[in-house]
Ligand binder design. Structure first.
Ligand SMILES: Cc1cc2nc3c(=O)[nH]c(=O)nc-3n(C[C@H](O)[C@H](O)[C@H](O)COP(=O)(O)OP(=O)(O)OC[C@H]3O[C@@H](n4cnc5c(N)ncnc54)[C@H](O)[C@@H]3O)c2cc1C
Length: 471
């Protein structure tokens, strides 16, 4: 049994939804495109699962958060796919791929052939067993990656009202789940091995702010140790947790957020890999020219910082998806991908965004006893990253604009005193107009304009830096 599609998207998550929308914008014809997903529902905004979906009152439920609402685009309900002649093959797992013959085999025994394949298989959660602990299958142990996980978590939370939860992990998922558990009136203990939460992104000073905030909300944070084993009752339910530092906690439920692993195994030995992901060029094209990779599994070039990265963040998923479709549908006029890394989170009344790179020296700014503060990262005298808690839309727009320019920083003291005003001032410098004239195709003048404006902007930013340093 076999079917053929011109375009196949493997995976039905965030990137798949945004790719589908882009295909329709580029004029895909009826019956040319299919999405194969082992989930039972059309693509949705995964970040909603740890936020709106877990709210005690008026929680978000599908179809409200189908893609692409997260980027203020059209919401793609199952009907939308039908209306656009896109085949959604749901509840179907692809079990093998042959990129040389351009075909996929599903668990139901169907062969699906393609001209172009976009791999968007995302990541899977790391299980307790992978760190040597048993208990993943217990009915009150929860993970959070997909709608089924989130539904289980909600059901267990309802049964544990007023009870005790242990959250294993102090990263994104651990932090967001701990907040949701508290809002659902569950006593939470968070346990993680690091000396502060979200250690891969935050500075100790910023992390301390969030930890203090969580503790005020009633979260008990145990740092510098880890889960050693779970204790079960005769029905196989977890009733306790032994920590490596010897402590014992009585628990009614467990939430595990210890990381994720990219779903790339179908393509090992067939495509080139880098940094744990499928290596792609700036058109999202893998080492096989018919195969593109996007979202969590793609290791793509970050032009701004001159290296290759694999990012597990929703903005990267959305934008890499769009880039791949543009490259497939309009190869001659699609510019190289030029991505500014961007991460965000929202918990309780808090909300932060981060742009760029968190390498180099850190300069904190703002009011850490209030609600608006942040940090800059300066690497080789250039501003390369900025974190801001409590900003408004204009602040974040200014940060994104300025981090792209990587302005020269001459005086760290001034940067600290000026704080957010620094990026706001740099972002308001008058734009450089593109040169008039020129012609011949779409791609060339755009590049020329960027090159020309880049030089002028670099010069004006440097000049601003000198003026600024002298202030
Ligand atoms: C709970 C949660 C909250 C998050 N919150 C944030 C946030 O606040 N900010 C942020 O920046 N990022 C956040 N993220 C990360 C973000 O959601 C991911 O980066 C994004 O979903 C990646 O998109 P993707 O399409 O690459 O993968 P996914 O959205 O994971 O989609 C992958 C799809 O492929 C399917 N699939 C995999 N293998 C197969 C197969 N063999 N056959 C068929 N189908 C398959 C999966 O079932 C899934 O449907 C969050 C992630 C989670 C889990």
């Amino acid at each position: 049994m076999g079917r053929y599609f011109v375009y196949v998207i493997l995976g039905g998550g965030v990137a798949a939804g945004y790719a589908a929308l882009e295909f329709t914008k580029k004029g895909v014809s009826n019956g040319e495109l299919c999405i194969i997903s082992d989930e039972l529902v059309a693509p949705y905004e995964r970040p909603a699962l740890s936020k709106g979906f877990l709210l005690p009152q008026a929680p978000a439920r599908l179809p409200v958060f189908h893609t692409c609402v997260g980027a203020n685009e059209e919401r793609l309900t199952p009907n939308w796919y039908t209306e656009h002649g896109i085949e959604l093959i749901l509840g179907t797992r692809v079990i093998s791929a042959d990129t040389r013959r351009k075909r996929l085999l599903t668990a139901t025994g169907e062969t699906i052939s393609y001209k172009f394949l976009i791999i968007a298989t995302g990541a899977r959660v790391l299980k307790l067993e992978e760190i040597g602990i048993n208990g993943s299958n217990a009915e009150n142990v929860c993970y959070l990656r997909d709608l089924a996980d989130a539904t289980k978590l909600v059901n267990i939370m309802r049964m544990c009202n007023g009870g005790n939860a242990i959250v294993i992990g102090g990263g994104y998922i651990g932090m967001e789940c701990a907040a949701s558990l508290v809002m659902n009136k569950i006593n939470v203990t968070m346990v993680f091995p690091g000396s502060y939460c979200m250690g891969r992104l935050l500075t100790p000073k910023i992390a301390r702010y969030y930890e203090d905030f969580y503790e005020l909300k009633g979260v008990n944070i145990i740092k510098g140790t880890n889960l050693s084993s779970l204790v079960f009752n005769s029905e196989g339910k977890v009733t306790g947790a032994n920590l490596k530092d010897g402590r014992y906690l009585h628990v009614d439920m467990v939430v595990v957020g210890i990381g994720a692993h990219p779903n790339t195994s179908l393509f090992e030995g067939q495509l080139t890999f880098e940094k744990g992901g499928i290596k792609v060029n700036s058109q999202m094209q893998s080492s096989n020219t018919s195969v593109y990779a996007v979202g969590d599994i793609a290791s793509f070039p970050i032009k701004l910082f001159g290296d290759t990265r694999r990012l597990e963040h929703v903005d990267a998923a959305r934008r890499t998806a769009k880039q791949a479709v543009c490259a497939i549908m309009e190869p001659k006029i699609t510019s190289d991908f030029d991505y500014l890394p961007f991460f965000y989170s929202r918990v309780f009344s808090l909300s932060w965004q981060f742009y760029g790179d968190n390498v180099g020296e850190v300069v904190h700014f703002g009011d850490f006893s209030g609600t608006k503060f942040g940090a800059y990262w300066v690497n080789n005298r250039r501003l390369v990253g900025c974190f801001l808690e409590g900003g408004g839309n204009e602040d974040y727009v200014a940060i994104a604009k300025v981090i792209r320019l990587k302005p020269v920083v001459l005086d760290f003291g001034e940067l600290e005193r000026e704080g957010l005003n620094f990026v706001v001032a740099v972002s308001r410098k008058p734009p450089v107009l593109p040169p008039v004239g020129g012609g011949g195709g779409m791609k060339k003048p755009v590049n020329l304009w960027y090159a020309a404006s880049g030089i002028v902007v670099a010069a004006s930013v440097a000049a601003f830096g000198y003026w600024y340093a002298g202030k």
